[in-house]
Design a protein around this ligand. Structure first.
Ligand code: SAM
Ligand code: ZN
Length: 1020
């Protein structure tokens, strides 16, 4: 037994860099990986869970209280493992244990016998009862278990695991993972393949006429559709197919796209013009017509009129989203979805073929619609017994600024979950769901629940909001991100093809996970609310959890997408219900811990305060079920300080002390999105202990004294492990909180209690200052405005901005993705709503406003002063203006060339000075003042006086560096040389700043290229 006072390994050290490398790589491991059993959003990598668990389960051998048996066993067993020589001292043993943890994080070693045996033996050695009693494996509890990464890894390490989640879909996944797979082993996979083949045979027979072959023997593998609206321009009325891109295939040598022509009716006819398509082979991007829809605005191909988003929505709403075709009584298509093209495979030919749709394609759709109508009619006739055969449950209302922003489907009239599927998709999924539950009952429902996973996967690839990947030629899945965006031109996969989205594929993916298991014993699972935990007091040895990330993922609403099909595949299953509200046809929402002010709990909006309280309750429950000498760990990631504050305040209120924190890269680096905006690559793993009830009161002055050193040392350590930017900022929360949370409360000398938010403000300040000290030097870090020898506010803001933007890449640059899917999606994904317009398109680097503000304020940087000059704030996002966008501001209408000419001229007569040449278009001409005379003083509040605006217009060091970069861009080498020479004469600031910025601008950015080229021009 590890004594309570003995430190665990993860309380003192952790192999951040290596575990990060393995964790990030894990996302690209596909077949057979437990995460591919079924989709669950934002799963934690198994690598980081395994590594942190070992660090929590093992004691630190350097601790004087470390059990001798553990050390002896560790020395003996580690010799069996290559590269983990335990040496002779306790320090060496500690290092060897950390190396073991790091290597075991590698997915290739996860099922390796030696690693499994050694890790389990050492867990046992650490937890053998001191009195020689029988060994009971430590119990690991995760009350927000989701897809089950944490309990699964606990079981792998020989622990007991108790997993719970509020969500029924999560619970079903957990059941298969933690109970069915370990209990039945590979036999379950065999059975799944057998049952799957039967289901396929049966379904294919029932549905054959809905997926007809082509007369020439070709087999369709996907149908490419467009929703349509009518042009509202007077005298037009043409149908507008809503198409984002007319590309069909972007593969080199096989490029295909659609082009269209307008067919006008002969004079006198009242018929509106029509659009006809043709498949062609484009020679270049230019030949492919532009899309007809962008951010919900549609452009008529026939007359060029633009239909605003409200009208597009107003027309799609009565069509319930418009994924179905509208036929007249004679069976002719009159509106609704329009087939753009059909992707087929031809016998004896390689590669996919694209053809225009024919009458038989529409006939099959008509048949599918008739089938749905008949199924519903029968259900009605039988008095609506049981569930409606197609999902009639409501879709999420969405909206607001919290988690609900992920949903816009209702705006387009998709009010029921069934509206997210075409008629044919509904028939197909219903057939599969029925086939799954019609299996003869055996005692255990393992095969039925495992088959339900297959149905879920088919739904994921078989909705009308999936798109066609033109580069990879496959059907994407519904959940490329944690949202349900509308897809204008969607793809409908054929479930019998052997392409993506097929039933065979779904069976195979699922079976492979079952086969690759079970390296683990079976665990316990229960549907439960984390704020009201089912376990008795002090039952757990470890409390390790990954709670909801504030407003990031609307789990419950998202999960309804699968829930409605699971209910139909497993009617009456005890896990598939809301235990708190039997009348709720969907997953439980009221108790879900998420920040989403459009939802409420007992009349109270789920705002920040509610989230904090809920977290506090869950943490208090954790503390209650944890054994007195137990340890906890909490995984968290959020890109706003607000999200962090809500979590931390919940933790502290829940009675925990934070002991340490390890940022672990959990996302693949180099994703397109992450390069321009600070996307977090790491999740922070906080290590914590129950705070003793008699914890002392802390002294504010002492706390403040300790903070900078702790943060400084920590930043150094993390940077040496490759952690950068925003990841580094949030990773500093651990040591900072360690100082604060060990006290029952912290008070000032006057006896005033200091609240967490006040402390966190200090923390952000210290982190910002330390960052500035690193990139610009200590003068800037200490400086208030106007301090002698410091570069100005705008340079500090820019440096801080770029520093925060740096990304943690670990050593995994590039990754080894075998899908390329996400990359492509990020590339051409576009938001459906204007709401999304602030993202993506504008050039420049962006950060969340909240983060910029937290840093800037305490460092005396007034953001409004720099608005439009070096930053631009819109909808909560701050954009650093690219240098190119500053050209007009700096040089005026005449531009760089005119300024360059003047500089060259001046240089001929002596040192040239930019001062006075910049900002020519200013009304109050700036006086050229010396540096010492800048004294802007500190202004408080957001208002900026006229005077300060004028002062802000003086050319600063940053302005001059930017001007030089622009001269470089304009190819004015001699002007640039003159400028640099003059600046060198003036003092060191110009070059100091230029060098600092060169180190900060992201590699490959235009800014960095210009700066580096400019610096080459500096005479040495
Ligand atoms: C970040 S996820 C956990 C992910 C998991 N670690 C994995 O790797 O898949 C958070 C989970 O908390 C669950 N949850 C939200 N509110 C809850 C509550 N009140 N009680 C229990 N679980 C809740 C959500 O359903 C979600 O699965
Ligand atoms: Zn028109």
């Amino acid at each position: 037994m590890i004594p309570k006072e003995c430190k665990r390994l993860a309380e003192v050290d952790f192999p951040i860099a290596v575990v990060s490398k393995h964790a990030a790589r894990e996302k690209s491991i596909r077949h057979g990986h437990p995460s591919t059993l079924h989709l669950w959003w934002a799963r934690r990598p198994l690598a980081s869970c395994r590594a942190v668990l070992l660090g929590l389960l093992w004691p630190d051998p350097c601790d004087p209280l470390c059990p001798a048996e553990f050390k002896a066993e560790a020395r003996r067993r580690l010799r069996e493992v290559g590269g983990c020589n335990p040496g002779t001292t306790d320090e060496e043993l500690g290092k060897a244990l950390l190396r073991f943890i790091a290597d075991f994080a590698n997915w290739d070693n996860a099922a390796h016998r030696t690693y499994l045996e050694v890790s389990r033996a050492l867990v046992k050695a650490a937890h053998l009862p001191a009195d020689g009693g029988a060994y009971e494996p430590p119990l690991v509890v995760d009350p927000f278990a989701g897809g089950g990464s944490i309990p699964l890894e606990a079981l792998r390490l020989g622990c007991e695991a108790f997993a719970s989640d509020l969500n029924p879909v999560a619970c079903l996944i957990l059941k298969v993972m933690l109970e069915d797979i370990p209990r039945h082993g590979p036999k379950l996979a065999e059975e799944l393949r057998r049952v799957g083949a039967e289901i396929k045979k049966q379904a294919e027979k029932e549905l054959a006429d809905l997926y007809p072959r082509d007369p020439d023997g070709a087999t369709p593998i996907a149908y490419l559709w467009a929703r349509t609206v009518r042009c509202e321009a007077p005298a037009c009325g043409a149908e507008i197919p809503l198409v984002r891109s007319f590309w069909l295939c972007k593969k080199a040598n096989r490029k295909r796209a659609l082009r269209h022509r307008v067919v006008r009716s002969p004079g006198g006819s009242a018929d509106p013009p029509r659009v006809e398509f043709e498949v062609f082979e484009p020679k270049s991007e230019k030949e492919v017509p532009g899309g007809t829809v962008s951010r919900a605005k549609a452009t008529c191909v026939c007359c060029g009129a633009v239909l605003p988003p409200e009208r597009v929505r107003a027309q799609l709403a009565p069509q319930r989203g418009g994924a179905d075709v509208v036929f007249d009584a004679k069976g002719r298509r009159t509106g609704g979805a329009r087939l753009l093209a059909v992707v087929t495979l031809k016998p004896g030919e390689t590669g996919r073929n694209y053809r225009l749709p024919g009458e038989h394609d529409y006939a099959a759709v008509r048949e599918a619609q008739a089938r749905v109508a008949k199924i519903l009619e029968e259900w009605e006739c039988h008095g609506r017994q049981g569930l409606c055969p197609v999902p009639d449950e409501s879709t999420p209302t969405g909206g607001g600024s919290g988690a609900g922003r992920a949903f816009s489907v209702q705006k387009y009239g998709m009010l029921q979950w069934g509206d997210l599927f075409t008629a044919r998709q509904k028939v197909a999924l219903r057939t599969l769901a029925r086939a799954a539950h019609d299996r003869p009952h055996t005692g255990d429902d393992a095969i039925r629940t495992t088959t339900a996973m297959v149905v879920g996967r088919c739904a994921d690839y078989g909705s009308a909001i999936v798109s066609w990947a033109q580069s990879g030629e496959f059907v994407r899945s519904t959940f490329g991100r944690q949202a349900l965006p509308i897809v204008w031109d969607f793809a409908e996969a054929v479930p019998w093809s052997d392409s993506s989205g097929s039933l065979d594929g779904a069976i195979d993916w699922t079976a492979r996970v079952v086969e690759a298991g079970p390296g683990w014993r079976s665990g316990q699972l229960q549907a439960a609310d984390a704020t009201d935990h089912p376990l008795p007091d002090e039952a757990a040895h470890l409390w390790f959890t990954d709670p909801p990330y504030y407003d990031a993922v609307p789990y419950a609403d998202l999960s309804d997408f699968f829930f409605v099909w699971f209910k139909r595949a497993l009617p009456g299953h005890p896990l598939l219900r809301d235990p708190y509200d039997p009348t709720n046809p969907l997953t439980p929402k009221t108790r879900e811990a998420v920040q989403d002010e459009t939802k409420n709990d007992d009349g109270r909006a789920k705002d920040r305060g509610w989230f904090e309280e809920t977290m506090a309750k869950a943490f208090a429950e954790g503390r209650r079920v944890l054994h007195e000498d137990g340890v906890g760990s909490v995984v968290f990631a959020h890109k706003t300080t607000e999200g962090w504050e809500a979590l931390l305040s919940g933790m502290i209120r829940g009675g925990w002390t934070i002991i340490g924190s390890w940022p672990i890269a959990t996302e693949r680096p180099g994703r397109l999105r992450s390069q321009e905006s600070a996307a977090l690559a790491t999740s922070v793993h906080l290590i914590c202990r129950p705070r003793p009830d008699d914890a002392p009161v802390g002294d504010w002055a002492d706390v403040l004294r300790e903070l900078p050193k702790r943060v400084g040392d920590w930043m150094e350590r993390l940077q040496s492990e490759g952690v950068r930017g925003a990841d580094l900022v949030f990773a500093c929360i651990g040591p900072a909180l360690e100082i604060f949370s060990r006290f029952s409360k912290v008070e000032t000398a006057e006896g005033r209690e200091v609240k967490l938010d006040e402390y966190l403000e200090k923390v952000w300040e210290v982190v910002g200052r330390s960052a500035l000290a690193q990139v610009l030097g200590t003068t800037e870090a200490r400086a208030r405005n106007g301090a002698a020898g410091a570069v100005e506010e705008d340079a500090r803001l820019t440096a801080l901005f770029l520093w925060t933007l740096q990304s943690t890449n670990g050593e995994v640059a590039g990754g080894t993705s075998d899908e390329g899917e996400d990359e492509e999606r990020a590339d051409d994904e576009e938001d459906d709503d204007e709401e999304g317009a602030s993202r993506g398109k504008a050039k420049g680097f962006t950060l969340v406003f909240d983060v910029v503000r937290r840093f800037a304020q305490p460092l005396g940087i007034e953001l409004p002063r720099w608005e439009k000059r070096i930053i631009e704030t819109k909808k909560g996002v701050v954009r650093l203006l690219p240098v190119a966008e500053r050209a007009k501001q700096l040089f005026g209408e005449d531009g760089a060339q005119a300024v360059a000419a003047r500089l060259e001229q001046e240089a001929a007569d002596g040192p040239a000075s930019l001062q006075g040449m910049l900002f020519p278009e200013m009304e109050t001409a700036p006086k050229v003042r010396g540096r010492g005379a800048r004294g802007r003083g500190k202004r408080s509040g957001a208002g900026v006086s006229d005077e300060s605006l004028a002062a802000a217009r003086e050319a600063t060091t940053l302005d001059r560096v930017h001007a030089a970069m622009l001269l470089q861009a304009g190819g004015r080498t001699s002007a640039l040389r003159a400028l640099v020479a003059a600046e060198q004469e003036r003092g060191p600031d110009f070059l100091r700043l230029a060098n600092a910025l060169s180190a900060l601008y992201p590699k490959g950015s235009e800014e960095k290229r210009l700066l580096d080229a400019m610096l080459l021009a500096v005479p040495r």
